[in-house]
Design a protein around this ligand. Structure first.
Ligand code: PAF
Length: 302
């Protein structure tokens, strides 16, 4: 596995692979890799001839009071994980390689980014769309892999790829959790032992909400109230948001009908802001996606 720091080196290597007719998968990351990232790399390695991992703490997606400086970094450990997972190349640029000092061009999305995390982090998705577009232009992958833990990001990237005609397949991958349920995140490292225990209120709320929806509850408020009650019972937790939205458009909904929904939360545990979610797709229960009940589907009889 190679580790490179310049755009020119990435382009040269990818061009050489292309000349051999090889396919390329991209896993964009901000480093401090964990099992969640590893699952993306393993999947990318199974579906592509070569995998590029970008390892770059992107300054443009952090607000002025956020944790850019303290964001955890361990490049040596990241390289070992990438190699084990099957990556062929790690791209680890300096900020100056990615952004010229007078860079002033951004990719801005009008919709999808003003709800959920976009409310608390107003410039976040502009930074994400900008850096991901740059990575797509640098690597020109066939497929790019994103975790469902950042579900709004996944919806935003899918919309950006559609709107800007990137010829890239976006692959969303499941949330990877610790044994006790906590979603894996590089930011879990900020938690003290007491906060680590308190943080379990997020996954408890996610599992409880998911169970209600899978059992047939369709009223968003009923589900969200039950989830909020679980989080509010934890003294170290402070809710930023717990909301249900249409997953494609990131618009709040009152009732679950026949489109996939995202039930997402951001919760402060002490000073650390953690996110978690579940996605419910009624079509998966309905057999063929027509939207009617799976017990008596009008099209496929499922
Ligand atoms: O999900 C992340 O780690 C980042 O937002 C991403 C996609 C690598 C862009 O910096």
């Amino acid at each position: 596995m190679q580790a490179v720091t310049t755009i020119a080196e990435v382009r040269e290597q990818v061009k050489a692979w292309r000349r051999e007719g090889l396919t390329v998968g991209l896993v964009p990351t901000m480093g401090f890799l964990h099992e969640g990232h590893k699952s993306l790399i393993v999947r990318a390695a199974a579906e592509n001839d070569r995998v590029v991992v970008s390892d770059f703490v992107n300054p443009t997606q952090f607000g002025p009071t956020e944790d850019l400086e303290s964001y955890p970094r361990d490049f040596e450990r990241d390289c070992k994980l990438c190699e084990e997972a099957g990556a062929a190349l790690v791209f680890h640029p300096e900020p100056s390689e990615m952004y010229a000092p007078n860079a002033c061009t951004y990719v801005n999305m009008d919709e999808l980014t003003h709800e959920l995390c976009g409310l608390t982090r107003p410039i976040h998705f502009r930074g994400v769309c900008t850096v991901v577009s740059k990575l797509f232009h640098i690597v020109c992958p066939d497929r790019a892999y994103f975790g469902q833990k950042d579900a709004q990001q996944l919806a935003v990237i899918r919309r950006m790829v559609r709107d800007l005609n990137f010829d890239i397949q976006i692959v969303g991958c499941p949330i990877i959790r610790e044994e006790d349920g906590l979603a894996k995140s590089s930011r879990n490292t900020y938690l003290s032992a007491e906060e680590r225990t308190a943080a379990l209120c997020l996954s408890r709320a996610v599992f409880a909400g998911q169970k209600m929806v899978e059992a047939g509850e369709r009223d968003a408020k009923t589900v969200l109230d039950a989830m909020r009650a679980i989080i509010e019972a934890e003294p170290l937790a402070k809710i930023d948001y717990v909301k249900m939205v249409d997953f494609e458009n990131i618009v709040q909904i009152e009732k679950i009908e026949n489109v996939p929904v995202l039930c997402a939360m951001a919760v402060y545990i002490g000073k650390t802001r953690l996110i978690d979610n579940f996605i419910y797709d009624p079509a998966e229960d309905a057999g063929c996606g027509c939207g009617c009940s799976g017990d008596s589907c009008c099209c496929c009889g499922a």
